[in-house]
Design a protein around this ligand. Structure first.
Ligand code: NAD
Ligand code: UFG
Length: 338
């Protein structure tokens, strides 16, 4: 596997993964429609690594453009990040989510098949576990979803399973991410949400910077250590390295596999806020409000399988996640837009 096509490579997780792949000597081709990203991230990837990649601005639903890319480049494997990811938004825009995440993936798979490229890593999500799975959540827990976003991930997992059943020349790794946060240590690459953040970490850093007034903690009466929701936050650089481990696993007849990418450790909303307060040295205002509909109390990963089979484990702790997220936020208060 030498040349990798990274869909959604200009986005948060894709860009950090490009850095790790270039550092390991892979040739990269990125396709992104830039709907939710800024092409400056691609320049930063090249600055950090001192290596170049080829970029095509295209939509994965556009099979003509994809075919042209596969004609021009001899792609060995695809890491497929491109998609829409805002859980709440998916309930009001289900058709956009099914079109982008499901139809877009089917188009990509059709083009891959036409060009004989049958090596794929897919960005799935811990959201496929729904609210029933006991913690730590293992890969064989029953799946159940609560939102259109989660259902797009579940449907694509099923499509990939059917595809593999029909043709075992495919080599597929499905990675279920827990809660990716943090930023590259340089402080020049990070999460760049448009408008008010939906996720906790960017919300906390924007409050800490004074861009937002306080953190609204969604629920203080869960059955958890301090009443607030517990999640498995994972440093985005660790997550990116999980993809390098997965690429190394893809080889002829390696089959279809699924792995959790998390740390195996749960932290509450208040613990994350307190860790960030330690890092920046000032209090972060917050208020406990009603639960957010659809949220679950506790989610963290069983990482036994991924450690055993991919030889990968997360290295960075919550403190490091906060330090790196804060460095990115202070060095780039307006993200890539400045
Ligand atoms: P992101 O929005 O930062 O990156 C996604 C990228 O895909 C963006 O650059 C966007 O412009 C591009 N894109 C979207 N639709 C496209 C299309 N039709 N054609 C081409 N490009 C398109 O998101 P991210 O956080 O980097 O997430 C990457 C993947 O990981 C997504 O599939 C997401 O569902 C999944 N995931 C993310 C999280 C998370 O919390 N960030 C958790 C679990 C799974
Ligand atoms: N939270 C707050 N206030 C906020 C934002 C979040 O209290 O302003 C709380 C939530 O209630 C939850 C925790 O912080 O307890 C984490 O919430 P996030 O929105 O950061 O993340 P989620 O766990 O809801 O979802 C994330 C991604 C999904 C992905 C899922 C599992 O957004 O795409 O992790 O991987 F599917």
């Amino acid at each position: 596997m030498k040349k990798i096509l990274v869909t959604g490579g200009a986005g948060f997780i894709g860009s950090h993964t490009c850095v790790e792949l270039l550092n390991q000597g892979y040739d990269l081709v990125v396709v992104d429609n830039l709907l939710h990203s800024n092409p400056k991230s691609l320049k930063v990837i090249e600055d950090i690594t001192g290596k170049s990649l080829r970029f095509y601005q295209a939509d994965i639903r556009d099979s003509k453009s994809l075919k042209a890319i596969f004609e021009a480049e001899k792609i060995d494997a695809v890491i497929h990040f491109a998609g829409l990811k805002v859980v709440n938004e998916s309930s009001s825009l289900p058709l956009e989510y099914y079109d982008n995440n499901v139809s877009g993936t089917v188009t990509l798979l059709q083009v891959m098949k036409a060009f004989g490229c049958k090596n794929l890593i897919f960005s799935s999500s811990a959201s496929v576990y729904g609210n029933e799975a006991p913690v730590p959540v293992s890969e064989d827990s029953p799946r159940s979803v609560m939102t259109p976003y989660g259902r797009t991930k579940l449907i694509v997992e099923d499509i990939l399973t059917d595809l593999f059943s029909s043709d075992d020349d495919w080599n597929i790794v499905m990675l279920r991410y827990f809660n990716p946060v943090g930023a590259h240590h340089s402080g020049n690459l990070g999460e760049d949400p448009k408008g008010k953040p939906n996720n906790l970490m960017p919300y906390v850093t924007q409050v800490a910077l004074g861009k937002l007034t306080k953190v609204y903690v969604f629920g203080g009466n869960y059955d958890t250590k301090d009443g607030t929701g517990v999640r498995d936050y994972i440093h985005v650089v660790d997550l990116a390295r999980g993809h390098v481990a997965a690429i190394q696993k893809l080889k002829d007849q390696s089959g279809l596999s699924v792995y959790n990418l998390g740390t195996g450790k749960g932290s509450s909303v208040l613990e994350l806020i307190q860790e960030m307060e330690q890092v920046i040295g000032t209090p972060i205002p917050y208020e406990i409000v009603d639960r957010r509909p659809g949220d679950i109390a506790v989610s963290y990963a069983d990482v036994t399988k991924v450690q055993k089979e991919l030889g990968w484990r997360a290295e960075y702790d919550l403190k490091r996640m906060c330090q790196d997220a804060w460095r990115w936020q202070t060095q780039h208060p307006h993200g890539f837009a400045e």
